[in-house]
Ligand binder design. Sequence first.
Ligand code: ADP
Length: 491
Amino acid sequence: MTSPHNLSSAGAKLLFETSAFAEGLGMRHRTTATFAVINPADDSHIADVPDMGAAEAEAAVVAAKSAFADWSALTARARADILRRWYDLILQSKDALAELLTLEQGKPLAEALGEIVFGAQFIEWFAEEGKRLYGDIIPSHASDKRCLVLKQPIGVVGAITPWNFPSSMITRKVSPALAAGCTIVIKPAEDTPLSALALQMLAEAAGFPHGALSVVTAKRAEDVADVLTTHPDVRKISFTGSTRVGKLLMQQCSGTVKKLSLELGGNSPFIVFDDADLDAAVAGAIVTKFRNAGQACVAANRIYVQSGVMAEFAARLKAAIADMPVGPGLEAGTRIGPLINQAAVDKVGSLVKDAVEKGAYLALGGALHERGGQYFAPTLLTGATREMDIFSTEIFGPVAALYSFETEAEVIALANDTPYGLAAYYWTRDIGRVFRVGEALEYGLLGANEVLTSNPATPFGGMKESGLGREGSKYGLEDFIEIKYLALGGI
Ligand code: ADP
């Protein structure tokens, strides 16, 4: 049995339950306003969700503040038990959650499933890591005194998340926050609220207390963000999205001096040296450039190829790109889904046009795919230069732009010639170069002969204008705690 959206019966059931949950949330908040969620694959209407604003955001903060006292007083183990139940429920529903994600976001189903499982792993990992949030006793400067360091949860956290990874960008923030003892209010992206609501529904089933985790869906992000960034009871904002909005939020947070974690835009270099394993480099380029149709902040944005292997690399990459099926994410075999909206299609089209006008060679694609709608054809440009807009703009589309270089020093300077510093990839079999280049690149995430850099145990985050703080890993947990120093006298 399939639903009108070609969902499996489990997917259709989850969509029905999530829509009902959303309606119930609207009733809880006494708001009747809604906004539509649209399928980017065919522009069809999927569901309506509550259009909340400042009043609902305020109520969520009040609930989070009131939940904080009890939640933070639980033992880490008690919190971990509930987190673990949430993880189990997500995994039990992973196929249906993946369908829901594809439906609202567009990515191929296999990628959506990968995201659900990847995102859930953060919950499991932080549930355990929360038990290891040790304080310190510092050797004292006087025999009748003791110096103690206490680690305590920061308080209420506001999270603002993007549409390109609508599930894992939430779990990556929520799980360390909750594991540390914080409570959290999430404003998901307006294009993809269903994945967030489904996560909240499962969280309630797992037994989180009321107010510990709330989702505030809104068409107008500013209305909710203004409350989260100015409310004195919100002690931290964790944001993933554009550098433009990140800077805005940073300004707004200054009034109440909130802690901030920011995962912002990128302009990732992907460097192929003469001695690289070319097959592995091509396979890596395909994954990091074309996953989610290129709509990832860690996507390879500028592909630098040393001149000696340029012709060979370009030919192999072209053959690999030409093979990638374009279509709806729920259609079997699809590798490239639709872009998120028409504005994204227009932006990618204008970047390609500018590059070609300034002398790039269009080896493949370059325009809307024959499927029309929001499907952009996988594209290969060679002969790209730093004068083109594509050099300095985050492409966020299935467009690979190849730049030629001669020397290691030249490519390091080119790679660092950007205000961004999120991810960089490079391919070489020379171990000395792995260290030299890695230490010279101004990026928070380095992939040497590797593109899949993120997992729950490792730190994810950028340098320069790509952000502040780290997610994942023990460092990501520390971002949700406050350090208190207790000086004990009179011993
Ligand atoms: P993108 O360009 O990838 O859509 P955005 O930074 O615009 O990235 O969006 C990321 C998140 O920030 C989304 O949840 C979005 O609703 C929210 N957002 C967008 N504009 C604002 C704003 N002016 N203030 C606060 N949040 C915003």
